[in-house]
Design a protein around this ligand. Structure first.
Ligand code: ADP
Ligand code: MG
Length: 320
């Protein structure tokens, strides 16, 4: 691999959790309804993702590892109509430049193929199970500087768990299972209920004390769960906002949530909230920071008021 490859890889895969994120996003983009994530030694030893998505055709397998190879942007103008999570075609190429990768995939459950980009140019037959099974071993073995930068396995594992929890909250319709060093750590049912996901991710009690909200304006649709204010937290980490299935951070929208709860929350405390927003992709710009989570929104005030007022109304209704 060239130096340029390794430098570019750093942008997309700076740590084990970023590898997990990219791979799970690929499974989601492939329309999987079941995704299993296996982690060994916080991902440094091995990350394996198995999905039941649409799979990769034999002829596309090598292509998938080419830089800027993406099957997701058919035309230039698609950049402004992004529906999929991935669109840059960099993740697999980057990951394969800093780890050993083995992938097997089947598009029909009848024939399956396996490819190990760093081992051989051959694509060989493998067992056929609908979907894709990708394994990433010895991450950063050839980039010691990056390896050194990983502080503790515990911190890395926590980041991975966090990302999977986020994916669960984003996709109640997908059954996720996270296994850490051979043991099931968290799993969701995939039955599509937000309340069930909250139970898996937080707790049964929090699920019981949560309230469904929904609202809309001309440009925005809002659904979600807000948890009664006695389950407050000391940080805003329990506020999750998804726009068209993508986790985002936006200071103003957080503020809208807090204003919705108004005086019900003690000062310095934060609620547990999951918001799903759907909107025309043209009014968000996901391309602002490709690997970061901040997005730019037009008509931000309209959205601010929608969030604040929807939460406020719900809170008033339960106090009656
Ligand atoms: P991007 O997601 O930006 O297109 P990636 O490097 O992540 O780029 O993936 C390259 C291509 O490989 C994807 O466009 C897709 O066609 C294919 N691919 C990767 N992972 C999967 C998967 N789990 N299931 C089906 N296809 C996949
Ligand atoms: Mg991708």
């Amino acid at each position: 691999h060239s130096l340029a490859d390794k430098i570019a890889a750093g942008e997309v895969v700076e740590r084990p959790s970023s590898v997990v994120k990219e791979l799970v996003e690929n499974s989601i983009d492939a329309n999987a309804s079941m995704i299993t994530i296996e982690i060994e030694e916080a991902g440094l030893k091995r990350i394996r993702i198995v999905d039941n998505g649409h799979g990769i055709y034999k002829d596309d397998m090598k292509l998938a590892f080419n830089r800027h190879a993406t099957s997701k942007l058919k035309e230039d103008r698609d950049l402004f109509h992004i529906r999929t999570l991935g669109f840059r075609g960099e993740a697999l190429a980057s990951i394969a430049s800093v780890a050993e990768v083995s992938i097997s995939s089947s598009v029909d459950g009848i024939e399956g193929y396996q490819y190990e980009p760093n081992q051989s140019d051959e694509i060989t037959p493998s067992i056929a199970r609908q979907g894709t099974d990708i394994s990433v071993s010895h991450l950063f073995y050839n980039t010691p500087a990056r390896l050194k930068y990983i502080k503790s396995l515990q911190t890395e594992q926590a980041k991975i768990t966090n990302i999977i929890q986020r994916m669960m909250l984003a996709h109640p319709e997908i059954a996720f299972k996270l296994k850490v060093d051979g043991k099931v750590s968290i799993q969701s049912t995939g039955r599509g209920s937000m309340t069930e996901v909250i139970k898996s991710v937080y707790s049964t009690q929090i699920a019981k004390d949560s309230l469904v909200i929904d609202g809309h304006t001309q440009d925005y649709d809002l659904t979600g769960l807000i948890v009664r204010p006695h389950h407050f937290r000391s940080s805003n980490h329990y506020i999750s906002i998804f726009i068209n299935g993508r986790y985002i951070k936006n200071y103003k929208l957080n503020k809208a949530i807090l204003e919705g709860y108004k005086t019900l929350l003690p000062i310095g405390k934060f609620p547990i909230v999951v918001l799903h927003l759907t909107m025309d992709p043209q009014i968000i710009d996901v391309n602002v920071h490709p690997t970061k989570e901040e997005v730019r929104l037009s008509k931000e005030n309209e959205l601010f008021e929608l969030i604040r007022d929807t939460i406020q109304q719900k809170m008033q209704s339960i106090q009656l």
